[in-house]
Write a protein that binds this ligand. Structure first.
Ligand code: UD1
Length: 419
C-alpha cells in the first residue's frame, strides 16, 4: 500500500503539461473493438484505468502494442469473445463501454456490472434504454448484463437524464446499426465529441456530437488504419489550475483546450485569481485573498462535477461563506470529513456543502475516498501547514498520470512512500 507524504506551504510555480483525457480514452479503447483492423491511438495517459482496459482487450483477443510511451496500436480483427467477466472489470467503472462496443461488433455482449469510484448509486438504466431501442434484448442475471440482438436497427432515443456514459455507449452501439439513430438530450461533454471523432476517423457517420442532438447513420463496416489523438484531460488541467490558485502560485498549464475550462476559469476570476489564456495554454496566478463563491455543478458547459472536490479546497480557504451544490451525483461529499480533519469548517445540507472559510488548513493523515476526492486531498496537503499523508492513492493513480512528478516539477514537496 502506498501513500503520498506532502509538506505544505509552497506556492506552485512553473509550467506543466497535461496528459490525454481519462474519460475519453476509457471509451475510445473499447470503441476500437468495433474496427475490423488496426487503429492507432495517440496521447494516451499513463494511468491504471488504461492498463486495466488493455488487459481486458487482450483477454478478449485484441492485439495491443505500444509503439511509443503514449501511443498504441489496437487490432481487434481476431476478437471472438463477447464476454467480460467480473474478475476482468471489477475495478473499472467505465467497463460499461464494453457493452456498447461488443453489442455493436457481435450483436451480443455479456459484461459484469461496473465497479470504479463509489459516490452514490450509479444507475445504467439510460444505457439499457438505448440498447433496447436499438433492438437488443436485455437480461440482468447474477450481476451480469446480457445483451443480444438479431439485428441492430437505428432508432430515435430521448435520454431522460443527460448522461455522458449513456450518450457515448449508445453512439458506439449504433455506429453499425441499420438506418439512422438520433440521440436527443445527449450529453455535450468534450469527450463525447472526441469519441465521435475517433469513430468517424474509422469510417462511422456521426454528426452533431457536442450538441444535444446526435445523428448516427449506420455503416456496414469500420475500416482500420486511421490514427486518432486523444484530447487533453480537462479535469487534470482543472485540478492544476485550482492547485495554482489555492497555493497562491503562478502556473502555466500547457497542451490543453482552454474552451473546455471556461466555467472554471470564470469561477477562478470571480474568486480573485488572475487567469490568462491563449492557444493551448492557461496561466493561473493566485492572489493572497481568495474571495467567497457559490458553485453549482452541471452537465457541460456547466461547472464539472469532477472538479467539485478539488474546488472545495479553495472554498475552505475563502474569505467568507461559500457553497457548492452538487447537481449531478447524489452523494459526492465523502471528502468533507477528510477536510474537516485538516481544520476545514464545512456543513453538508442535502446536496449542498457550506464552507465557513478560514485562512489556513493544517496537515493531517487523510484518505482519498475516490479519484477526485483524492486530488482534493493532495491540494489540501499542498496548502496546509505541516505534513499531510494521503492514503488510498490507488484511486488517484486511476486517473492522474504521475501527479507527484508533475507537482514536484512545480516546486511541491510531495513523495510517494510505502506505508
Ligand atoms: C462520467 C464520468 C464521470 C463524471 C460524470 C458526470 C467517465 C468515465 N466518467 O460518468 O467522471 O463524474 O460523467 O460528468 O466519463 N444516470 C442515470 N441513468 C443512467 C446513467 C446516468 O440516471 O443510465 C444519472 C447518474 O446517476 C448521474 C447523471 O445521470 O446523476 C450523470 O451520469 P453520467 O453522465 O452517466 O456519468 P458517467 O458517464 O457514469
Amino acid at each position: 500500500m502506498e501513500k503520498f507524504v506532502i509538506r505544505g506551504g509552497r506556492p506552485l510555480m512553473g509550467e506543466v503539461n497535461i496528459s490525454g483525457a481519462k474519460n475519453s480514452v476509457v471509451a475510445i479503447i473499447p470503441a476500437a473493438l468495433l474496427v475490423d483492423g488496426p487503429c492507432k491511438i495517440e496521447n494516451i495517459p499513463e494511468i491504471s484505468d488504461v492498463r486495466i482496459l488493455i488487459d481486458i482487450l487482450k483477454e478478449l483477443g485484441c492485439d495491443v502494442e505500444f509503439d511509443n510511451k503514449d501511443s498504441m496500436m489496437i487490432n481487434s480483427q481476431y476478437v471472438r469473445s463477447s464476454t467480460a467477466t467480473y474478475d476482468m472489470i471489477k475495478s473499472l467503472r467505465a467497463s460499461y463501454y464494453l457493452l456498447g462496443a461488443l453489442l455493436g461488433r457481435f450483436k451480443k455482449a455479456e459484461v459484469a456490472f461496473p465497479g470504479g469510484c463509489d459516490f452514490g448509486f450509479r444507475p445504467v438504466d439510460q444505457h439499457i434504454k438505448g440498447f433496447e431501442k436499438l433492438g437488443a434484448k436485455v437480461e440482468i442475471d447474477h450481476g451480469v448484463i446480457k445483451l443480444e440482438a438479431e439485428r441492430l436497427i437505428g432508432s430515435q432515443i430521448f435520454m431522460d437524464v443527460v448522461s455522458v456514459g449513456a450518450t457515448i455507449n449508445i453512439m458506439i452501439a449504433a455506429v453499425k446499426a441499420e438506418g439512422t439513430t438520433i440521440i436527443e438530450n445527449a450529453a455535450k461533454e468534450p469527450h463525447v465529441v472526441d469519441v465521435a471523432n475517433f469513430l468517424n476517423a474509422m469510417g462511422a457517420n456521426i454528426k452533431g456530437a457536442g450538441t444535444d442532438v446526435i445523428k448516427i447513420k449506420g455503416v456496414t463496416t469500420l475500416s482500420g488504419g486511421a490514427t486518432h489523438s486523444v484530447i487533453p484531460d480537462q479535469i487534470e488541467a482543472g485540478t492544476f489550475m485550482i492547485a495554482a490558485a489555492a497555493t497562491k502560485g503562478d502556473v502555466t498549464i500547457r497542451n490543453i483546450i482552454p474552451k473546455h475550462l471556461e466555467s472554471l476559469s470564470a469561477k477562478l476570476i470571480e474568486m480573485g485569481a488572475k487567469v490568462e489564456e491563449d492557444g493551448d495554454w492557461i496561466r493561473v496566478i493566485g492572489t493572497e485573498k481568495i474571495l467567497k463563491a457559490n458553485i453549482k455543478t452541471l452537465p457541460y458547459p456547466g461547472f464539472p462535477t469532477d472538479l467539485h472536490p478539488p474546488a472545495s479546497v479553495l472554498l475552505c480557504l475563502s474569505d467568507g461563506t461559500s457553497t457548492i451544490t452538487e447537481g449531478i451525483w447524489d452523494s459526492r461529499f465523502q471528502y468533507v470529513d477528510e477536510l474537516k480533519r485538516m481544520g476545514a469548517q464545512i456543513k453538508v445540507e442535502g446536496r449542498m456543502a457550506v464552507f465557513d472559510g478560514k485562512p489556513k488548513l493544517s496537515g493531517a493523515p487523510v484518505k482519498a475516498t475516490d479519484l477526485r476526492a483524492g486530488a482534493a486531498m493532495i491540494i489540501a496537503g499542498l496548502v496546509a501547514e505541516g505534513e499531510t499523508e494521503v492514503y488510498n492513492i490507488n484511486y488517484i493513480d486511476r486517473g492522474y498520470e504521475c501527479i507527484e512528478d508533475k507537482l514536484r516539477s512545480l516546486g511541491a514537496d510531495i513523495v510517494r512512500a510505502t506505508k
